[in-house]
Design a protein around this ligand. Structure first.
Ligand SMILES: *[C@@H]1O[C@H](CO)[C@@H](O)[C@H](O)[C@H]1NC(C)=O
Ligand SMILES: *[C@@H]1O[C@H](CO)[C@@H](O)[C@H](O)[C@H]1NC(C)=O
Ligand SMILES: *[C@@H]1O[C@H](CO)[C@@H](O)[C@H](O)[C@H]1NC(C)=O
Ligand SMILES: *[C@@H]1O[C@H](CO)[C@@H](O)[C@H](O)[C@H]1NC(C)=O
Length: 381
């Protein structure tokens, strides 16, 4: 008989693969002290894109044990439900988000909504555990009434919280300011720690990172970061899945292989059934080998990225002024909708293209590559 499909073998190997992936053993927990991730209740600063930040090592809430966090990373909750960080040289800031992996970073906002005012004041990172992620120089201009602000071009944006009845304070990147004949008076130059590779309104958030303790590589491997021992200061990593898949990846496998596998089985059953019915009639045109069919199917499915990977790509929220990450990039290449104020965009690392977060997330779930340049973020060439 010519090479007839062996559905039983294909199914058996599919099931074996699933079992193998799901039952992979984990390394036993070590002595590393791990505290539960907590949050402040959340407030006006939180929205659907920015849920209240998860507080976990090296951060801790003051009400938790001091062993839950690293010195300098203590947060408190405001009566309104925001997490608050106190920088030794600069006072208190609302914590809008914390990213633990792959980059360790924190975004901060002014409780009174006037970040430029804070940066003009006593802002300093000296003595804190943090440094600027991407420091950028902004020049603040004081423009009296009557100046045609539109003549300043799109790079200069108003700072309402510093403006008065008969003047408007504008901010623009200092490198765009050089020598231009602006009809305004330069007030000050401030250093703004901007979020990673973004272009964010100076009045919105600042973004800081920290080098010690370094939990990034531990978390990238799916481990838990914390103190090595009950009273030491050494930070370690525990519960790293042994060369296996993270729990989320396993769910991905169940959905990615299991569901199509099931559909495959149904298809197979009807195929075999049809074959039996058709026995004795002339063979149909060569049907591809079923195992290679399943193999190619799972190859197509694994092209998409899992949610954790997608979530790790940087997001940016547009400000009221809708200042864009790239000035000429005004529409989302996927849905062709124009970016609106307060919308959240996501960028794919390495290729620096921007999209609506909803559009690109859906796309990346199905395709692992940037829709514009086809670069795979997993494998930047
Ligand atoms: C810096 O200014 C903020 C308010 O703008 C204030 O709360 C804080 O105490 C000041 N810090 C120092 C060290 O002066
Ligand atoms: C801006 O300039 C006006 C005078 O033209 C002055 O009254 C005002 O205080 C200045 N604003 C700031 C924030 O320096
Ligand atoms: C702006 O208004 C203040 C009083 O509110 C006044 O002292 C100042 O001269 C005005 N500045 C200009 C440029 O008109
Ligand atoms: C930490 O605790 C262990 C036992 O619990 C003790 O033997 C050790 O001396 C302690 N180390 C310090 C630095 O306190």
């Amino acid at each position: 008989m010519p090479s007839s499909p062996r559905p039983d073998l294909a199914i058996a190997s599919l099931l074996a693969l699933l079992t193998h992936l799901l039952l992979l053993p984990h390394t036993p927990a070590t002595a590393v002290e791990v505290c539960r991730a907590v949050t402040c209740p959340g407030s006006a600063f939180a929205d659907q894109f920015l849920p209240p930040p998860q507080v976990q090592f090296p951060f801790r809430l003051r009400r938790q044990s001091s062993r839950c966090g690293y010195p300098g990373f203590e947060l408190s909750c405001t009566p309104g439900g925001d997490a608050l960080l106190r920088l030794p040289g600069s006072g208190e800031f609302i914590v809008k988000s914390i990213t633990y992996s792959p980059t360790q970073s924190i975004t901060l906002a002014d409780p009174d909504g006037c970040l430029p005012g804070r940066l003009l004041g006593n802002f300093s990172l000296v003595g804190s555990a943090f440094r600027a992620l991407v420091p950028q120089q902004f020049t603040l201009l004081n423009c009296s009434d009557g100046v045609d602000l539109s003549s300043l071009g799109m790079q200069a944006i108003p700072v309402p919280c510093l403006s008065g009845g008969n003047y408007t304070v504008m901010s623009l990147l200092t490198r765009f300011y050089g020598g231009d004949p602006y009809p305004c008076e330069a007030m000050a130059t401030v250093t703004v720690p901007l979020p990673l590779q973004y272009w964010v309104d100076v009045e919105e958030v600042i973004s800081l990172t920290w080098d010690v303790p370094d939990c990034g590589s531990c978390r990238r491997r799916g481990g838990e970061c914390g103190y090595e021992s009950a009273n030491g200061t050494e930070v370690g990593c525990s519960n790293v899945p042994r060369a296996g898949l993270s729990r989320t990846a396993k769910y991905g496998v169940i959905l990615g292989l299991g569901v199509p596998g099931l559909l495959g089985l149904i298809g197979l059953a009807s195929f075999v059934f049809g074959k039996i019915k058709a026995r004795g009639t002339p063979a149909r045109p060569n049907v591809t080998d079923v195992s290679s069919l399943i193999a190619s199917q799972s190859a197509t499915i694994s092209m998409g990225l899992d949610r954790v990977t997608i979530e790790s790509y940087p997001k940016t929220q547009l400000g009221e002024s809708r200042r864009l990450p790239k000035p000429n990039d005004t529409t989302c290449p996927i849905c062709l909708g124009e970016y609106q104020p307060k919308e959240t965009l996501r960028t794919i690392p390495e290729c620096n293209h921007y999209f609506h977060v909803d559009c690109i997330d859906e796309w990346l779930r199905l395709n692992g590559t940037c829709p514009l340049c086809r670069n795979s973020p997993e494998d930047p060439s």
